[in-house]
Ligand binder design. Structure first.
Ligand SMILES: NC(=O)c1ccc[n+]([C@@H]2O[C@H](COP(=O)([O-])OP(=O)(O)OC[C@H]3O[C@@H](n4cnc5c(N)ncnc54)[C@H](O)[C@@H]3O)[C@@H](O)[C@H]2O)c1
Length: 337
């Protein structure tokens, strides 16, 4: 029996990954370890929670004793680490927490991998580790070999985690892979992030806040395409390798907001301009030749198609947003366990 630990699986990308993997690999056993921080939502596991090959454990990736016991009991083949503090604005206010979770938490998991053995530890990283690119050089894209140049405590913590993974690979022979993905969008993204924030504000007829002039460019990938890339890396990727994953959908923030406003029948009067985030990265763009050529990965939707699907999900699942707005989502685990 193949066993996979998915940390941070009650969050946005982790829960989409579990939906896909639990269905695709009924012969595997999945364990989700998640602390259920403000960004974790037990409801996100609704499609997998009752499956025979799925188990949820509430806990901290930084809890040495818990992690040790879990690895000893389960003898995992694969670990996929999504658990992280993931919001740049929060990292500017409380950088220490980002290093505790995103760096020391990764070390705790790697120490357990070292002690109990593992087929593969996969670290979910981000395009933000590269820093940014100028707006006037659309020809430039980061390759896996580009230098890391993070701009804020969040991206610095993710870059640090990568360094630890590489060091454990080289020093102790732990089989690791790393993926660096661009901005994801999709169902169940916490409404602190641009797209679900915009959709949910408009649903409640509230103003949408925009940092600076909105010319900053991000590359958007539908979360389900990220998930298939991780599956490929786990099963076909080479130990010690890093893979870029991107949407090839470079769009500036003001265009993203205007696209959503238009699709929801609203105008620019809904936008409230606020001061730019300090050190806000200008543009992210990745070269994905490696994962396409070596692993045969492709993306399935462009932004226009994907955003339509995603807006419809939030409209059809207004309860999900409502439960976050009134904070009842935080009680679901206690109520059902
Ligand atoms: N969202 C994006 O666009 C994006 C893009 C590239 C990479 N990433 C990376 O993907 C991963 C997942 O991102 P997301 O958007 O799903 O994040 P998220 O904030 O939605 O989810 C994070 C999850 O981790 C859990 N968690 C936090 N601290 C924990 C701890 N100490 N122990 C156990 N669980 C803990 C939270 O409860 C939550 O369920 C992160 O590592 C992030 O850096 C995200």
């Amino acid at each position: 029996m193949t066993k996979m630990l998915v940390t941070g699986g009650a969050g946005f990308i982790g829960s989409n990954f579990l939906d896909y993997m639990v269905e695709k690999y009924p012969e595997y056993d999945f364990v989700c370890l998640d602390l259920l921080t403000y960004a974790g939502n037990y409801q996100n596991l609704c499609n997998v929670i009752d499956k025979d090959n799925f188990k949820f454990v509430k806990g901290d990736i930084n809890d040495n004793e818990l992690v040790d016991k879990l690895f000893e009991a389960e003898k995992f083949d694969y670990v996929v680490n999504f658990a992280a503090e993931s919001h740049v604005d929060n990292s500017l206010k409380n950088p220490n927490l980002f290093f505790e979770t995103n760096v020391l938490g990764v070390m705790t998991l790697l120490n357990a991998c070292r002690k109990y053995g593992i087929k593969r530890f996969h670290q979910i990283s981000t395009d933000e580790v590269y820093g940014d690119l100028p707006l006037n050089r659309p020809d430039l894209k980061f390759k896996e070999t580009s230098i890391l140049n993070p701009s804020n405590p969040y991206s610095a913590s993710k870059a640090s985690a990568e360094m630890i993974c590489k060091a454990y690979h080289r020093s102790y022979g732990i089989p690791i892979t790393i993926s660096r993905c661009t901005n994801n969008y999709g169902k169940r993204q916490f409404p602190e992030k641009l797209i679900p924030m915009t959709i949910s504000k408009i649903m409640y007829d509230e103003k949408v806040t925009l940092h600076g002039d909105g010319t900053n460019v991000r590359d958007w990938l539908l979360v389900v395409d990220h998930v298939t890339a991780i599956d490929l890396i786990l099963h076909k990727g080479k130990d010690g390798e890093i893979y870029n994953i991107a949407g090839d959908n470079e769009i500036n923030n003001i265009t993203v907001i205007n696209t959503i406003l238009k699709k929801l029948g609203k105008g620019e009067e809904m936008i409230e301009h606020i001061a730019d985030r300090v050190g806000n990265d200008l543009r992210y763009a990745l070269d994905t030749t490696k994962i396409e050529k070596e692993l045969g990965w492709t993306r399935t939707r462009d932004f226009d198609e994907g955003i339509e699907e995603v807006i419809n999900w939030y409209i059809d699942n207004k309860d999900w947003i409502e439960n976050i707005k009134n904070k009842t989502y935080m009680d679901f685990y206690a109520v059902t366990n």
